[in-house]
Structure formats: C-alpha cells, structure tokens
Design a protein around this ligand. Structure first.
Ligand code: PGA
Length: 250
C-alpha cells in the first residue's frame, strides 16, 4: 500500500516569523497523522522552519534549486546548500517556474538528477494547459513531460521521487479537476512509469494531485485509486485549513 503524502507549497509567501508561527500552530494538529506532511517554503524561511519543525513529524522542502553544485550563478541556490541545512525535499519543474522562469524539460531532468545524487527527494511537477486538455492532448503532454523528466535516471533512484500531477488550469483558479479526470491522468503517468521501469516501480511510486485542493474536496480526491495525496498551494497557507487536508482521513 502506498502512503499518502500531503505537501504544502507556500510559493512566495510568509516571512520567517510567520513560518515559525504557522509550524508552531499546526504541529499539535497533525502530530497523530500517519500521512507524511511536508512544507515547501521560501529559501529565506528554510532554516527557521527546519529549526521549528525539529522533533515533529513535519518535513521541510524547498521550491526550486539549481542543478550545479557551485559556481558563478548569481542568485541561485545549489542542491548541496539545501542538503547542508537539513532540507529533505525540493519541488522541481513547477508550472510557475516553467512559465515564468524558463524551466524546460531538460533543466527539470538535470535538477532531478542533481537532487537524487545527494539524496534530496524531488517533487516533480507535470501538467497540461487548458488548451491542451480541450484539444484532447492532456495525457500525451503529461506522459511526454514524464518521459523527459526521468530520462537516464536508473530504476534504483526513481523510487525516491514524488510526482505531482498539476493541471495548469486548476492551479490557483479554484477549478479542480474532477476526481475521475485527475485519477485518469495519474493512471496515465503510472502506465508511462510502468513502460519505462516496470510494474513494481509503477505500483510503488507516489503520485500526488495538485490544483485548488482544499479541505472541502481533498477527501474525494485522495481516496481515488491512484491519487497518493496532494501538493497544496493556497490552502496550505492557513494552518487550520492545511491540517484539515492532512487529516482528511480522520
Ligand atoms: P493551488 O496551487 O493549490 O493554490 O491551486 C497548487 C500548486 O501550485 O502547487
């Protein structure tokens, strides 16, 4: 049985004092869950969040990184820098990074490899636009993104990635994919993983849904056969709302 992983993506929100307050508030609310809880916070909140989340069941992740270890890349943060302070997860290839910061399938692939090499766990995002969905190309687009993302990554490493299926038209819009559409897209991703890595890997790899997940729709999504939890943006900014999502099965 695959476990459920619920990750918050704060995007460019919360100052360190707000991050500390959030974690202090949510800790008692999620301490008994058997689901995995991750908060992906801005770089400037990482250290404070890690300290505050020590001795809790809350894991901390970053939202991006460079693929090089070091060098003349002004403004960038390396996988080693994240790892050195105790970060465990990193979102890679979020659609906002693909859309606004020229992230490509190739840089996504490089970043996943760099993360895995030092045992940071990537949360790899894929998803189609509304136009692509309406033209019936959604599955082709997302399976293609998956194929390029995992290119040349060996089977023993691939188990350490989490995939997040996030239809772009559902992100921050209040529109959620129907449970069936989300589940079918995730099944298509699982089939692609099966083609590349075989059935064992495809049955054990974690694939989340993301895009306007909230406390009122999470249960129906997370109880679908192939959806292993969620990547949550807006609804992860409030500790009570996010705790309800983590505790969807209580
Ligand atoms: P949303 O964002 O929950 O606000 O739609 C999800 C995401 O972008 O990861």
């Amino acid at each position: 049985m695959r476990k459920k992983i619920i990750a918050g993506n704060w995007k460019m929100n919360k100052l360190p004092n707000e991050a500390i307050e959030f974690i202090e508030e949510i800790t008692p609310l999620v301490k008994d869950t058997k689901n995995e809880v991750i908060l992906c916070v801005p770089y400037t909140d990482l250290f404070y969040s890690l300290l505050t989340a020590q001795n809790t069941n809350i894991k901390i992740g970053a939202q991006n990184m460079h693929f090089e270890e070091k060098g003349a890349y002004t403004g960038e943060v390396s996988p080693q820098m994240l790892k050195s302070i105790g970060v465990e997860y990193v979102i890679i290839g979020h659609s906002e990074r693909r859309q606004y910061f020229n992230e490509t399938d190739d840089t996504v692939n490089k970043k996943i490899k760099a993360a895995l090499e030092i045992k940071l766990k990537p949360i790899v995002c894929v998803g189609e636009t509304l136009e692509q969905r309406e033209s019936g190309k959604a599955e082709e687009i997302i399976t293609n993104q998956i194929e390029k993302a995992v290119k040349d990554i060996p089977e023993k490493e691939i188990q350490n990635i989490i995939i997040a299926y996030e239809p772009i038209w559902a992100i921050g819009t209040g529109k959620t994919a129907t449970n069936e559409d989300a589940n079918n897209a995730i099944k298509a991703i699982r089939n692609k993983i099966c083609q590349i890595y075989g059935q064992n890997v495809s049955e054990s790899i974690i694939i989340q849904y993301g895009g306007s997940v909230k406390s009122t729709n999470c249960k129906e999504l997370f109880t679908m056969s192939d959806i292993d939890g969620g990547l949550v943006g807006g609804a992860s900014l409030d500790p009570h709302e996010f705790a309800k999502i983590v505790n969807y099965d209580k």
